[in-house]
Design a protein around this ligand. Structure first.
Ligand SMILES: [Zn+2]
Length: 202
């Protein structure tokens, strides 16, 4: 999901690609990492569910830990896609928040409706970039002999593509409700002959 917030425009300074803010302070939203200077926050319910899962699976701890990490990675990859698209369009990104079954990328109001559509596509495109080679690899060579590795491949590959497809449904609150607007917006741009607008049109 992608959330936009109104705020004054601030240009991105040169940012670090990946950081872990130590010490990690547990809160209702806990900052667990920073990607391109944007804080990634995990909601407490995710930590609780993760703790319950890990405490209850004594027989397959590695499988559970990797499975859980891969599942949350799908959400982080998706929101990072929104973030990269927003930053490329000079749109300030405030945070990424991860909840048990969805995430939020919070960013300021995009410059135009077209830009907002592109940002909406960013999430599923990021997922597809990671998932497509995995799905291709598994389709050709099959799964490995190692269950934990297979769980990661299945989650980052097939599951992620399924989530991406679901996200593109034109339903309110899903990316599909904004993303498909790229078609009429592109037609509008071509017909007006105005390929790149320098002023806010949102
Ligand atoms: Zn999204």
């Amino acid at each position: 999901m992608a959330n936009r917030f109104k705020s004054p425009r601030i240009y991105q300074r040169q940012s670090r690609t990946f950081e872990i803010p130590l010490p990690i302070k547990i809160d209702s939203l806990t900052e667990v990492m920073r990607i391109r200077d944007v804080g990634v926050y995990i909601h407490w319910t995710v930590l609780l569910i993760a703790a319950i899962i890990l405490l209850n699976v004594i027989r397959h701890p590695l499988l559970s830990l990797l499975g859980l990490t891969a599942y949350l990675s799908v959400l982080v990859i998706h929101e990072s896609g929104h973030m990269i698209a927003a930053q490329r369009l000079h749109c300030k990104v405030f945070s990424i928040e991860i909840y048990p079954i969805f995430g939020f990328c919070r960013f300021e109001t995009p410059w135009s409706r077209f830009d907002h559509c592109v940002i909406a596509w960013g999430g599923v495109i990021a997922q597809a970039i990671v998932a497509a080679p995995i799905v291709l690899y598994v389709s050709i060579f099959g799964y490995t002999r190692f269950q934990p590795v297979n769980a990661v491949l299945a989650l980052l590959g097939f599951f992620s593509l399924g989530v991406a497809a679901f996200n593109l449904l034109p339903i309110p609150r899903l990316d599909g409700s904004i993303a498909w607007g790229v078609i009429p917006e592109t037609i509008k741009r071509i017909s007006s002959g105005n390929r790149k607008s320098s002023s806010r049109t949102y």
